[in-house]
Write a protein that binds this ligand. Structure first.
Ligand SMILES: [Zn+2]
Length: 275
């Protein structure tokens, strides 16, 4: 190979901490379009609802499988936002820090985001964005990654705080940090998952926010926003990394936890409203 390619390989290996063969594999996969439409997920939403918060996969592993995604951290200690290959952790009040590559996550969803469809939409609420996306998605039965860039007039968010021992998701999110920010530039990193996937993922829309200066973020509860640039990435494969932690292997994951998941992940937990 040429000297310049060799130097680029060495540099990327040094930068990422990955072996040369991993870097070559990743570059060729991208060049040959092998990974374009696959979603990589750690654990399942049912396990999360049940309180399986023990980290199972490292940030470094996530980065091998995507450059865009969301999730949480070991012990439910913060919200994960991955954007442009960089991983961020939002904690109480939305304060963002950089997690080390060996930090472990109990739940995450990532993809190599390249928009299949790019559109601009006018000002509106989260409901308006959802309605727009409902019309733009190609099918009710495909997962999609969604990137939304723009200026947000108001964002209501939460950041999960470390769970106490033995707490499930609903109990743990009851003492989460909730906050509102106004007039801020940034990006929503999100996914839409089909209803049939409800035992493994969060059905419907799920967004995390990261500000343009990467200083503020969280799990989106509600918003009002200006005109927004929306990118949609259609996924045709789903890979699930099943945790081999004792906690996951011994959990009873047979139940239907939709109600609890919905309450924990939306603004409805304030009122206890059901659907
Ligand atoms: Zn979330």
């Amino acid at each position: 190979m040429s000297e310049s390619v060799w130097q680029a390989l060495l540099y990327e290996s040094e930068r990422s901490g990955d072996s040369l063969s991993t870097v070559v594999d990743r570059a060729l996969s991208t060049a040959f379009d092998l990974e374009r439409h696959s979603l990589f997920q750690v654990s399942t939403s049912n396990a999360l609802v049940q309180g399986v918060f023990q980290g199972a996969v490292t940030i470094q592993d996530l980065k091998r499988n995507g450059d865009f995604g969301l999730g949480t951290f070991d012990g439910l200690d913060g919200e994960l936002v991955m954007l442009d290959g960089v991983c961020h952790r939002a904690t109480g009040g939305g304060l963002v820090t950089s997690p080390p590559d060996d930090a472990r996550v109990p739940f995450a969803v990532v993809t190599h985001f390249r928009p299949d469809l790019s559109l601009t939409i006018g000002p509106g609420s989260l409901g308006d964005l959802a309605a727009f996306l409902d019309g733009a998605r190609p099918s009710e039965n495909l997962f999609v990654g969604i990137r939304v860039d723009g200026r947000f007039g108001r964002l209501s968010m939460r950041a999960a705080c470390a769970a106490e021992a033995g707490e499930d998701l609903l109990e743990a999110t009851a003492h989460q940090s909730e906050f509102t920010v106004v007039d801020i530039d940034g990006t929503l990193v999100g996914f839409w998952a089909p209803l049939y996937a409800r035992a493994v993922n969060v059905p419907g829309y799920h967004f995390h926010f990261i500000s343009g200066d990467r200083g503020l973020g969280g799990h989106l509860l509600d918003m009002e926003a200006g005109p927004l640039e929306v990118g949609i990435h259609v996924e045709s494969e789903l890979h699930i990394a099943i945790p081999e932690t004792e906690e996951f292997l011994t959990a009873d994951l047979s139940g239907d936890h939709q109600e609890a998941l919905h309450q924990a992940e939306t603004a409805d937990h304030r009122t206890g409203a059901g659907s």
